[in-house]
Design a protein around this ligand. Sequence first.
Ligand code: ZN
Length: 64
Amino acid sequence: MFVTQIISTIASCSVDPGELTPEQAHRAMQVHLSCSVDACRMRRRARRTLVEAKRMVLDERATP
Ligand SMILES: [Zn+2]
């Protein structure tokens, strides 16, 4: 169904995918594990999604 589309959507660093489900955000975080949040819009969005979903707590000591 939409899985392939979602995977390709979250594969790009330069495109903000819009609203994500926490599951999609988790997946995106894995895909963009080595990205910087400064450079990667996808990672930024995924992190925000997880924070808003209370799936992840920001830790200032850790690299986001
Ligand atoms: Zn990225």
